[in-house]
Design a protein around this ligand. Structure first.
Ligand code: ADP
Length: 246
């Protein structure tokens, strides 16, 4: 956030964003299911220039045993950025940011999963950003949601996620890299669409209470569309499988 070297003079020109979108317009999202044959469930989510691959393994034995929880599943969420995912090479391996994102994603997903049904087991969710252009944690949550369903993990609902924020003094949906880097605020949100329970809400930058309210409404509306996209992608995968077995 804030001024950085290489900042464009304006992020909004004639009411349009630099990539031509309207303020409340999301980037194009594409969801593919079952992209990794060796995983129990998998997906690839593309959100404009952001691309995340997710694989789910489990329920399986908890390793190391210190993570064992006899009351509920141990959700092992691993978020990472491939070294080639940004113009400047990212140092491979975990870091503070990736550890934090893994933890908030686990918290965002857990309310959707029947965690107690998998007591004493581990569900591993690996999310790898292969191309980063802002919104990687939200793309990862959408990817994990459908990959969990693909793995047959019993869930109350899917989880839909999108970021909104403020750049050039305007509130907007789904910031892309320049808006994220040079704008005033970024607010990722995740929700269980049926109950509207918010499972992730973070904020980077400054927003007033009224602005937070407006952005929450904007993101909630976008999540209704994301929900349809997630369900359509899952239906398509299973219809294709059914056709192939007939
Ligand atoms: P999110 O990707 O969820 O928006 P951040 O706000 O932390 O998370 O990051 C914003 C964007 O900054 C990322 O999507 C990515 O495009 C870029 N970014 C993050 N970490 C790095 C990095 N180590 N090197 C280059 N770009 C990065």
């Amino acid at each position: 956030m804030g001024s950085k070297v290489g900042a464009p003079e304006k992020l909004i020109v004639n009411g349009k964003r630099l990539d031509g979108r309207k303020l409340n317009e999301m980037r194009k999202m594409d969801i593919k299911i079952g992209v990794i044959p060796n995983a129990d469930g998998s997906s690839m989510v593309t959100l404009g220039g952001t691309k995340v691959i997710c694989s789910v393994y489990g329920p399986k034995e908890v390793l190391p045993r210190r993570n064992l929880d006899t009351e509920q599943a141990f959700l092992n969420c691993v978020y990472g950025m491939a070294s080639f995912s940004t113009p400047e090479r990212v140092r491979p391996g975990p870091n503070r940011r990736s550890t934090e994102i893994g933890k908030v994603i686990a918290d965002a997903l857990a309310p959707a999963i029947f965690m107690e049904k998998y007591a004493g087991s581990e569900i591993t969710i690996i999310m790898e950003v292969i191309n980063a252009n802002a919104g990687t944690r939200t793309a990862a949550i959408n990817a994990a949601s459908v990959a969990l369903a693909d793995a047959g993990i019993e869930m109350r609902d899917l989880v839909c996620s999108i970021a909104s924020g403020k750049a050039d003094g305007q509130l907007m949906l789904d910031l892309f890299e320049a808006e994220d880097n040079f704008g005033e605020a970024d607010m990722p949100l995740a929700v269980l669409p049926r109950t509207k329970e918010i499972t992730l809400l973070q904020m980077d930058g400054m927003l007033s209470t009224a602005e937070i309210k407006k952005l929450t409404d904007m993101s909630m509306k976008a999540c209704e569309e994301l929900y349809k996209l997630q369900k359509k992608a899952l239906q398509e995968k299973y219809e294709t499988e059914k056709d192939a077995s007939e």
